[in-house]
Write a protein that binds this ligand. Structure first.
Ligand code: FE2
Ligand code: FE2
Length: 150
């Protein structure tokens, strides 16, 4: 069964939500490759999934670090452990083993759980930081405009 994106997977930060949505698409791609009985297709999708997930993790980590999220270190550790786990599956798949069922099960449960708990946990801190940054920019451009046109 493919993983359906739904509003209960949204954390309310659009840039993150769209990245998570893309990861869900890749996970569904893994399953599709399996249905097509194509090991070649599977390896390609797996590569894309790992690449995209890594860049998402990097983006998310810099976002929470910048916002001063107190559990950044722990969050990074969870990302690193998951990455290692997926790379393990990737290696087994490359060696010709059929890991799809185990892999998609792991991917789905991990991602849903991580988004709903770990990622959702940083939302408040990151949103506050984003609002502050927007205010600062507005204040700056405000004073610049008033100097110019005032
Ligand atoms: Fe995360
Ligand atoms: Fe995330």
């Amino acid at each position: 069964m493919s993983l359906q994106w739904s509003s209960d997977l949204e954390i309310g930060i659009p840039v993150i939500d769209s990245q998570h949505q893309r990861i869900v698409e890749y996970i569904n791609g893994v399953e599709l490759a399996h249905q097509h009985h194509s090991q070649k297709e599977l390896l390609v999708v797996l590569d894309e999934l790992v690449d995209y997930t890594l860049s998402h993790f990097e983006f998310e980590e810099s976002l929470i670090e910048e916002a001063g999220y107190p559990f950044t270190k722990a969050h990074k550790k969870v990302h690193a452990l998951f990455t290692r786990r997926v790379q393990g599956y990737q290696q087994r798949a490359k060696a010709g083993e059929d890991v799809t069922e185990e892999l998609t099960h792991t991917l789905k449960t991990w991602l849903v759980n991580h988004i709903k708990h770990d990622d959702r946990d940083y939302t408040g801190v990151v949103k506050d930081n984003m609002n502050e940054a927007t205010k600062r920019v507005k204040a700056k451009s405000g004073s610049w405009m008033s100097r110019l046109f005032g």
